[in-house]
Design a protein around this ligand. Structure first.
Ligand code: SF4
Length: 347
């Protein structure tokens, strides 16, 4: 994008930037790197409107990285409860402890990307928004904008990702990189939306190829999805003190999320506890096993058919696992796969 287009983009952003708890009124003010890290991590897979309150509560309780580093995982989960993808919260805590032990928040891409949970996008956001470095970001919003602006009829997969990163580096190669990056994120969220791009209000329209060809909705190309069948078993494991076991080592379609233990099993698996359950429980100390029926579900390309077992243990919640009370379970399991299984077992 040339300087003329970027000038339009900056002017648009100054006029239209939304008021957000992590955004100072003065857009040129360098941000607090800790706040950028937390807000950008919360915003992954989550709507801005949802994140606002979570961010405010989080910053009140954990105003800096040192305070966060001293918190327990249990408390951090409490402040994350409802945002889903608990691996993000776990990684934030791990990274905070590393940062607190070292000399504070790193300011190079290499150091940032070596921390748990910080990838190329978050590192670029911290470096540009907080340290005003000429560092690029690339997320779904920017991919959509670049695909349309340059009429790119391919997705950023494999080597093709470099083409998209080159365009991202092009807009970041400026003392105003922080503003270009943030303006593009906002533009993707509010104007260049996936289903209904509002081209007539867009500051990039003068140079946008897809718009001039009347083909904005055709970009980026749709991903072809091959449906996969998945047959398995989900376990509602209840301790003697009424807690439910939650794990984060489940199938790829639930990666990073706290979920009920679940395994791929034969479609017509016979009754009895699946052998894989032994990684979580002492099978000699099972009080009862109940087959609760099965449910059908769809996640991304997976067509799921899952039977549910309710296993009651003779011993109390203990060990290296996460146990949650039945009341908290609905919030902790932010995926409908686990919620459907819970409902079958507990209602
Ligand atoms: S002109 Fe339309 S398609 Fe092009 S970047 Fe703007 S909103 Fe997106």
């Amino acid at each position: 994008m040339d300087e003329n287009i970027l000038k339009h983009l900056r002017a648009w952003f100054k006029k239209n930037a939304a008021t957000l708890p992590w955004r100072p009124a003065e857009l040129d003010t360098p941000r607090n790197p800790y706040a950028v890290w937390i807000s950008e991590t919360m915003l992954q897979q989550t709507q801005v409107s949802t994140v606002k309150d979570y961010f405010v509560r989080w910053m009140e309780r954990f105003p800096d990285v040192e305070t966060l580093a001293k918190a327990s995982e249990e408390e951090v989960f409490k402040y994350w409860q409802g945002l889903g993808y608990y691996s993000r919260a776990r990684n934030i805590l791990k990274a905070a402890r590393i940062i607190a032990e070292n000399a504070g928040m790193p300011n190079t891409r290499k150091e940032l990307e070596s921390l748990p949970g910080i990838g190329a996008y978050t590192a670029g956001a911290i470096l540009s928004l907080a340290f005003h470095k000429r560092e690029a970001i690339l997320d779904g919003n920017l991919v959509r904008i670049f695909s349309r602006f340059y009429a790119l009829n391919f997705l950023p997969d494999g080597k093709a990702a470099e083409t998209y990163w080159d365009y991202a580096r092009n807009v970041a190669d400026s003392p105003k990189a922080y503003m270009h990056n943030e303006a593009l994120m906002e533009l993707g969220r509010t104007v260049c939306k996936s289903k209904t791009p509002n081209c007539t209000s867009c500051p990039l329209a003068i140079g946008c190829r897809a718009y001039h060809e009347g083909r904005a909705e055709e970009f980026p190309p749709k991903r072809t999805r091959i449906q996969k069948d998945w047959h398995g078993t989900a376990l509602v494991i209840e301790s003697a003190d009424g807690k439910i076991l939650a794990v984060s080592d489940g199938q790829a379609f639930l990666r990073g999320q706290l979920a009920l233990p679940h395994f791929e099993t034969q479609r017509n698996a016979t009754a009895g506890i699946p052998q894989q359950a032994e990684r979580y429980i002492d099978s000699d100390k099972v009080a009862s096993v109940e087959d609760c029926g099965s449910f059908k579900h769809g996640i991304t390309v997976h067509k799921i058919e899952c039977r549910v077992q309710h296993i009651k243990l003779k011993y109390k919640a203990a060990g290296r696992f996460t146990w949650v009370s039945k009341d908290a379970a609905k919030d902790v399991f932010a995926n409908s796969f686990s919620l459907k299984a819970l409902k079958l077992a507990l209602s």
